[in-house]
Design a protein around this ligand. Sequence first.
Ligand code: B12
Ligand code: SF4
Length: 508
Amino acid sequence: MKSLNILCVQLGFHDAYPDASTLATTYNDGIYYVASFIQQEYPDARVEMCQMFWGEKPEDFPLAEYDYILISALATHFWSNIAALELIQRAKRPGCVVIMGGPHAAFAPYEALRYADYAVIAEGEIPSVQLIRALESGESVTEVDNLAYIDADGELKLNQIARYGNILNAINPKFLARAPKLHWATVSMSRGCPFACSFCYAIRLLGRRFRTKTAEDVRGELDALYEQTGCNRFYVTDLNFTTRKDYCREIAETFRDRDYKFIAMSRVSHADDMDLVLDLKRSGFEEYCLGVESEDPSVLQAFNKRVDPSEQTRRLLRFAENDIAIHSAIIFGLDVQDRPAIEATARWCAEARIMHPVFVCLAEYPFQDLLYGARQDVEDHRIIMEVPTYQHYSFVGIFPRHMRPSELQRGILDSYGIFFQRAFEIERRPQRRARLKSYARSVERGRAGMEQHIRFLEELEKPYYTASGTLKEPLLKADFDARHGALRDWLARSSKRSDLEFVKGYAR
Ligand code: B12
Ligand code: SF4
């Protein structure tokens, strides 16, 4: 069998709309796991990585030489890199197969397939290898898991959805050989989350079954990444790292003798087991990214968060008292959130001593119910699509009913000012004040993008709001239908909504 030439591409952010949060990572791990798995299954293949996050460009690679080009993107990356996608189309050799995966391909396969032959709509390692095997042996692709494509009749096909068992996969450090100095090395230790928050797209990608790597495998993977990159700070991308306490204890034990630092994602109830929090802290877990979302009970209930709102503040304060830094996305844009509510939430973040709140606008993809039978709270016509800020939550991406999008964006921007003012009044510890200062600087880097977005929104929203700022919904809906009605009819012919087996598998 001939040896394969494969290029993997991570599309990057738009220059005008960077991800300015202190957490911005220098690579997303998904495509690295896919590339590593393919390399392992095809040891003779030449697998290369083009990382646009750190300035590499597809045109720097011999595009005409590849048999397969694999592309990973969030929505914002996709719409910020149309030129790069077109260039790949022009420069690749005829017969080269383009496969797109990651969140955008998963939730908007109809867009990904404009530039790709295949889109992967969930976990990607096994489907990529299944697909390459099928294509290399001239077999049909109908049995490949998690695959979307356009068939010979021009219809969108969605294959069966598969959720996998334990993950036996590690990032191959060679893909990070050209990495610049990393401030975080991104890795995953587990996949899946058993909760079912209404807005969560993460579980649609990686499933609700919590699966782990062995602690020993994780240590081997991290040691190899450290050796390659010199980076001893790890961003653990697990959806809900603390799902199983025994696993956390094992990880804590395994990394006791290493000088590594970690940030992991968890839920606010992690504060209830301070013994475990401190055990993990002794092994370097000093920061968490929590899905706090709000202090407002009606917002938490609307999201099916299943947390006790009256406990939020107390739990967050316990983290601060134990010198654990908390990052959290705080969601705005619901009908119950007017300007005073936004300001009150921003102030509360400081009072609950969250260190890095990221104020965001709830965003969703259209057609999720139609395509997959999945829940969608923001209706199709209220979603602002096809722009570089699409689903970059720092930038408003919906038409709220009760205020103009530009006002909401202004509310997001002003929230940072309100937060920092109160946080500096409250925070006395020098180390925590220094962190706040550094966070304030990184937020400042995002200001120009938000101001630019406000101007864009002011133009876009003009026809759709009354003088008092209420959405003229029938007009907006009529315009959406005129623009996207044909697409919706086409998607409806492939709809999985009534395929109960698919819907059940997708929700698992
Ligand atoms: C951890 C996380 C973060 C972390 C770290 C991100 C990172 N890895 O660098 C932080 C907090 C920094 C973050 C920030 C942001 N994030 Co984030 N994040 C996640 C989360 C929860 C997990 C991502 C992850 O790494 N998972 C583990 C890996 C193994 O999974 P994966 O990346 O999905 O990859 C698998 C498949 O998607 C697929 N796959 C991926 N690429 C490819 C390519 C090919 C060719 C194939 C075949 C398959 C394939 O195979 C992989 C392995 O099975 C996801 C939700 C999710 N994915 O479940 C959101 C998510 C990716 N983030 C999201 C967003 C919007 C952002 C921000 C833009 C937020 C903002 N500031 O506005 C930034 C962007 C930062 C960035 N560097 O991209 C959205 C994306 C929305 C969208 N549709 O585009 C998601 C989906 C959240 C959500 N809605 O649930 N994020
Ligand atoms: S706890 Fe987090 S990962 Fe789990 S369903 Fe809710 S938002 Fe998604």
